[in-house]
Every structure is written in structure tokens, then in C-alpha cells.
Ligand binder design. Structure first.
Ligand SMILES: CC1=C(CCC(=O)O)c2cc3nc(cc4[nH]c(cc5[nH]c(cc1n2)c(C)c5CCC(=O)O)c(CCC(=O)O)c4C)C(CCC(=O)O)=C3C
Ligand SMILES: [Fe+2]
Length: 386
């Protein structure tokens, strides 16, 4: 059943959007994780990702195996190319004159190369869309650190380094939540009819060290798990309520984690999805729908950790499962990005645009405050107060 808007009193993307041009911005940069495009890329990619991060050798071998199972190709690059296409199409259809570039943190096209291109094209104010919707060191500050490092390289080369700003976190934007509601309903519809109403919802996201979660975002008022957990719980609640409103069935739901790495002695967010599935089977749950709200596209963490590993666990348990699609290149997400661009441009112009958000937390900050999502070892970061 299609859902136009997750809650009836909230305008769908497209209504009430700020109008006007994108000034002062002259380019949008899609900034993503990057992934290998063939078997020879896998090891150098993993070296890029894990440089200085203390990930055990065994874990790296294991993750390399995940990529090799898929021919050494991560799905993430094709998904970003699709997103670029829908963004450019949406902007063109709505008369938004803003070139869209793409750069990655860990694989080609590399962020530094893209920023060179942006600089050489004469662009001086760039807005950044990261393919990560929530606050955390890994999902926000690390992107900002990589931006600062790339801009520093441009400076050393004598190029003009553009000023970069980052779009606010969009985890609670209707254009992010709406597609997840529809995909959850589609996943429910894919379950055998006799277990559909009894199915439980497992909202999945990347586990991170509890110490990183506790200090994520502007910490004030969030308690254990910081902004990272609070934001995910907010999105999960909105999706669960919209699904109930759409099909009239109240289903138990929980926020669970996946893709843990790092040393076993370091506490990370739990429960893990596989342990959760075991628990659900033991509780007599008739079925589980996995809803990966933590991710923007069906990349490797979704294709391997959920569709391969967690699905195998469920099969072993005899527990029917289905997995909801991520937003990917949904046109509603592209429209949301356009709205966020115009909203931020309006703010920079000194106006006070409407700032669309669902849930209880309200729209996120535009500029990360000092100390937001601190690193273990402080490094320069762009697009924030520090
Ligand atoms: C919060 C978060 C997101 C979501 C936000 C966002 O999207 O940014 C995310 C996304 C992703 N993570 C990805 C891949 C990897 N992440 C790793 C390692 C780590 N991730 C972490 C966190 C996150 N990761 C953390 C705390 C580590 C430990 C090391 C460290 O402290 O830095 C490793 C090393 C091996 C391992 O340990 O698993 C790999 C290969 C890919 C690409 C998938 C593809 O190829 O399709 C994507 C989208
Ligand atoms: Fe990761």
C-alpha cells in the first residue's frame, strides 16, 4: 500500500518547500564511503578504510571474504551513480541550477580528485550531501575530517580551496522516512500471509563503540547512546507508527545493530541482529522484518550482513524473515535533497525557511557545534565549528 506521507498532518516533500535559488552555493558534492569495483581493489580498499583504526587482521580477512563473494564489487558505487542520476534529473525538472559532483572517502572517485575538479571549475561554495543520515564520529565527523584533509591538499597545490558546508542530518526528513515506510510495507507483503500480522520489526543500523555513541552529536539531553541512538529510535518509532497507521496492525519493534568490528574487549552497541533473531525465535515470534534505517543504500553492509549472514541465521532458526529496501535512488529522497539545499541556501541568505522534520527531535543543526562527535585523536575537520 503506497504511503504518501508518514503522518497525515505533515506535508509531503514538495509542499511548503523554500523557494528561490541555491545561492550562495555553486555546487553540490555527493560524499560517500566508496567501495571496490573488482577483486584487485578489495585489499587496497580495506587498507584505505582501516588505516590506523586498529581492526584485527582476522576481521579484515573476514570482510574481504564478503566482498569476494560478490566478485570483489561493492554495490555502493552503482547505487551512488543512480542517486546522482535522480538528483540531476530532479534538479533539472525543478529548475534548480546546481551542478552535482561525486567523491568518496575510501575509493575512486576520490574526494580529493573531485574537490580539485570543483575548484578548477571555479566553484567557491560547495554544499555536501553525505550518504550517512545520522550523527556519529563514523557517520559525520570522519567525513568532515576527510573534507578538511582534501581541502588542505588543494591549498598545498596552490589551488583555491572552496568553502564547504554540510547538509543537516536527514534521518527524520519525510523524504527519507516515507520510502522506508513503503519498503517496510512491501517487505511485510512479501512474507507468507499467515505470519504477516504477527511479524516483528527489527530496525537495523551499524553498531559503533558505545563510547562513540555516548558522545555522538551535541550530547545534551540524549543520555546513553547519545544522538546516534536517539536519532535512530526517533526514526524507528515514526516508521513503526506509519506502518501501523497504514495496515492497522500493531507490531512490536526494536532497534538492533550489525556489522560490528574492532577488538572484542571494546563494548559496541547491542543487540546484534543475529542474536536478536535467536531471541525472537525463542520467544515464538512468527516472523521478523529487518528494516535497515541506518543506511542510505543497499550496499555491502545490507547485502552481506543482512541478506546473507542474518538471512542464513533465520533459515537455521526456521524463522521467516524479509528485508525492507533502503531509500537508495527513490525520487522522494532526491526531492528531499533539493528541499534541503534550498532550505540551507535560504538560511545562508538570512531568511528563516520552513525546516521539515518528523518525529520528536525536530530538525537537526545546520552546523556541527564544537566538540560534536569527537574523535579519539582530534584532527582538523571542515564544515563545523571545530
Ligand atoms: C556508522 C557507520 C556507517 C553508516 C554511516 C555511513 O554510511 O558512513 C558505516 C557505513 C559503511 N561501512 C562500510 C564499510 C566498512 N566499514 C568498516 C569499519 C567500520 N565502520 C564503522 C561505522 C560505520 N560504517 C565503524 C565504527 C567501523 C570500525 C572501524 C573504524 O572505527 O573506522 C570497514 C572495515 C572492516 C570492518 O571492520 O568491517 C568496512 C569495509 C561501508 C561500505 C559498504 C560497501 O562497500 O558497500 C559503508 C557504507
Ligand atoms: Fe563501516
Amino acid at each position: 500500500m503506497p504511503v504518501q506521507s508518514p503522518t497525515p498532518d505533515t506535508p509531503a516533500p514538495g509542499n511548503g518547500a523554500p523557494t528561490g535559488g541555491p545561492a550562495p552555493y555553486d555546487a553540490l558534492l555527493l560524499l560517500s564511503f566508496g567501495g571496490p569495483e573488482g577483486p584487485d581493489d578489495v585489499v587496497p580498499f580495506l587498507e584505505n578504510v582501516t588505516r590506523g583504526r586498529g581492526i584485527p587482521r582476522e576481521r579484515l580477512k573476514e570482510v574481504g571474504r564478503h566482498y569476494f563473494l560478490f566478485g570483489g564489487v561493492s554495490p555502493i558505487n552503482a547505487q551512488n551513480r543512480e542517486l546522482l542520476d535522480v538528483l540531476r534529473k530532479d534538479f533539472a525538472e525543478h529548475g534548480l541550477d546546481l551542478p552535482v559532483y561525486w567523491g568518496n572517502r575510501n575509493w575512486a572517485p576520490y574526494l580529493t580528485d573531485t574537490l580539485r575538479e570543483i575548484s578548477d571549475a571555479g566553484h567557491r561554495r560547495v554544499l555536501v550531501l553525505a550518504t550517512s543520515a545520522y550523527a556519529s564520529y563514523s557517520g559525520c565527523r570522519q567525513y568532515r575530517e576527510n573534507l578538511a584533509a582534501a581541502l588542505a591538499v588543494l591549498g598545498e597545490e596552490g589551488r583555491a580551496a572552496p568553502r564547504v558546508d554540510k547538509l543537516r542530518h536527514y534521518f527524520n526528513h519525510p523524504g527519507f522516512v516515507g520510502p522506508m515506510v513503503d519498503s517496510t510495507l512491501a517487505a511485510l507483503a512479501a512474507l507468507p500471509p499467515e505470519v504477516r500480522d504477527g511479524a516483528r520489526l527489527a530496525f537495523c543500523t551499524h553498531s559503533i563503540p558505545t563510547a562513540a555513541a555516548d558522545t555522538s552529536g551535541p550530547v545534551a539531553g540524549h543520555g546513553d547512546g547519545g544522538a546516534y541512538v536517539a536519532q535512530h529510535l526517533d526514526t524507528a518509532r515514526v516508521v513503526a507508527e506509519a506502518v501501523r497507521a497504514a495496515d492497522g496492525v500493531e507490531r512490536p519493534w526494536e532497534l538492533v545493530y550489525q556489522s560490528r568490528s574492532g577488538a572484542p574487549s571494546v563494548p559496541w552497541l547491542e543487540p546484534d541482529i543475529c542474536d536478536h533473531l535467536e531471541q525472537q525465535a525463542a520467544d515464538g515470534a512468527p516472523a521478523v522484518v529487518m528494516v535497515p534505517i541506518g543506511f542510505v543504500s543497499d550496499h555491502m553492509e545490507v547485502k552481506y550482513d543482512l541478506d546473507t549472514e542474518a538471512a542464513a541465521k533465520a533459515a537455521e532458526l526456521g524463522l521467516p524473515v524479509a528485508r525492507a529496501a533502503t531509500v537508495g535512488a527513490d525520487p522522494r529522497f532526491a526531492a528531499a535533497v533539493r528541499e534541503l539545499v534550498l532550505e540551507r541556501a535560504a538560511t545562508e541568505q538570512g531568511r528563516a525557511p520552513e525546516r521539515c522534520a518528523l518525529g520528536a527531535l525536530g530538525p537537526s543543526h545546520d552546523v556541527c557545534p564544537a566538540g560534536c562527535c569527537p574523535a579519539r585523536t582530534p584532527l582538523p575537520a571542515a564544515a563545523g565549528r571545530d
